[in-house]
Design a protein around this ligand. Sequence first.
Ligand code: ACO
Length: 287
Amino acid sequence: IREHEEITKVKNVNRIELGRNIIETWYFSPIPREFFPEGSVDVLYVSEFTLDMYRHKSELERHYRRCKIRHPPGDEIYRDDENKLSMFEVDGAKSKIYSQNLSYLAKFFLDHKTLHWDVDPFLFYVLCEYDEKGYHPVGYYSKEKYSEQGYNLACILTLPPYQRKGYGKFLISFSYELSKKEEKVGSPEKPLSDLGQLSYRSYWCHAVLEALLEMNNEAISVIDITKHTSIKTEDVVLALKFLGLTKCVNGRHVICVDENFLREKLKKFPLKGVRVDPERLHWAPLK
Ligand code: ACO
């Protein structure tokens, strides 16, 4: 049954209530059958802090009365008091239920992607806006603890009410900041969704332009840009081509840059919203 449902992708939940938002779902999610016994449910009630799911609002209210947790599990590894943003690192092996709930939640907005239901090998980076009531999740990404393919991000989601505000690029940028700390080069797991592709291309273009301006010396190679940004060489080349910054001279591809041109291009690829401040990151790679 489960496989069939996954293939046909009939939406099993119409909306989820999460904190102050009621969110229309996009796709099927293989949540346990007990939550949609009649084939589908209209609203699923989700706790903002534990991500536990309930069929009735009264159950969620009782949960909030009984459970005093007001933030995701794990370590707060980034905090921006000016913008009231905070990032938690959740270990899938230590906070299994939370991580599984997060994956179920994400699947409501991911079509093609095979989510990894065994959460043990993953870390989850949960971005929250916080206020006096607690830490409200706005998006997250997952990352394998050890990736043979060099992926620094497995799956990314900004919850729909918070999309197009720059949080996606904040999460992407955060994933590269961790790669810089690891002294590694990274890339997102493939395939990317259309929205993932757009967001990454926009981030790569921004980061490559900024790197070229910062490095502002005569001979810059693709490898230099990779070292500066932790963006994998293939992705740097993609961005350079998209920006029209490569030329074929005597059969070799060279980067052609002019500072004014770069500055003009950068205006087309801004980082909207809040930026990651590496000074605010308190994190060391897993040993
Ligand atoms: N239409 C056109 N362009 C868009 C759209 C859209 N609906 N959404 C994002 N973009 C592009 C734009 O270039 C945008 O930059 P701009 O607003 O400066 O023009 C850029 O992507 C990123 O915008 P952000 O506000 O930083 O990103 P957002 O918070 O909206 O999150 C994300 C992007 C995470 C991809 C979000 O759309 C999402 O969660 N989608 C559903 C899940 C998904 O598809 N995840 C990616 C799967 S691939 C993977 O996980 C490896």
